[in-house]
Design a protein around this ligand. Structure first.
Ligand SMILES: Nc1ncnc2c1ncn2[C@@H]1O[C@H](COP(=O)(O)OP(=O)(O)OP(=O)(O)O)[C@@H](O)[C@H]1O
Length: 229
């Protein structure tokens, strides 16, 4: 389980996160929802120890993040970080050289799943295919937890559907996934748990199934109540 306990982040005098706490379980998909600038990426960076925060601790399976945690948790940013002149094969080779946990077999499966061609250059890929290649590089790692920043942002409906499909496949099954998004429609049915952010604070944390059963509300219904005040 990923546990975030009472983290606070300031940029200058601006408070971006205020006493934020939540958990994300292994084997489940947890979604961090918030409008632009709500602090979602900052939380991801904090979990990965890429930005210092006050408070805490942030625990992964009960331990604070250290170097060895990078074999357990990976962060897939909202844009591919590989050089544009690299082919997908080059990028896969780079990941394989860099990470012990690179899973060649899963990478090959993901290539087929996303219908990507290894010989294509990153710079020549469409926006949707670039997003898929980016996901492939993260999902092919043998990690227990995947953090994904806006994996559906700005891509067409068909690519979104294909990406959503990967979440219900064996390629993700059993791992803990933490996704950020500000648009939920396509992925609502995939999500086990929601953490809603507003003004740097967690304003609601709930399990989607319980919300549906006990209050008869969808995630979008809850979002309307929280964000359309
Ligand atoms: N390095 C930085 N220096 C100053 N302010 C920053 C820095 N990084 C982020 N911020 C500010 O912190 C706030 C939260 O940013 P963050 O990127 O975490 O939000 P977000 O919820 O991921 O937004 P989006 O949905 O637009 O990606 C924003 O107001 C942003 O301007």
């Amino acid at each position: 389980m990923i546990e975030v306990h009472g983290i606070t982040k300031k940029f200058g005098r601006k408070i971006v996160l205020e006493d934020v706490s939540f958990t994300a379980e292994k084997g489940e998909i947890t979604c961090l929802i918030g409008i632009n600038g709500a602090g979602k990426t900052t939380i991801m960076n904090a979990i990965m120890s890429m930005t210092p925060v006050k408070g805490g601790p942030i625990l992964v399976d009960g331990c604070e993040m250290d170097k060895s945690s990078y074999e357990k948790v990976t962060f897939i940013p909202d844009a591919i970080t590989m050089l544009p002149q690299m082919t997908i094969a080059d990028a896969m080779q780079f990941m394989s050289d860099f990470y012990k946990g690179w899973n060649e077999k899963r990478a090959a499966e993901l290539l087929t799943f996303f219908r990507l061609k290894q010989e294509e250059r990153i710079s020549d890929l469409s926006k949707g295919n670039r997003a898929k290649a980016n996901l492939l590089l993260g999902l092919a790692l043998d990690v227990d937890y995947l953090l994904m920043d806006e994996p559906f942002s700005g891509i067409d409906m068909f690519s979104r559907e294909q990406i959503a499909e990967v979440f219900t496949s064996h390629l993700v099954e059993g791992r803990g996934v933490l996704i950020t998004t500000h648009e939920i429609n396509d992925i609502e049915h995939l999500i086990d748990k929601v953490v809603m952010l507003d003004g740097g604070k967690v304003v609601k944390e709930f399990r989607t199934e319980e919300m549906r059963e006990e209050e008869g509300k969808s995630v979008v219904d809850v979002m309307r109540g929280v964000y359309q005040k």
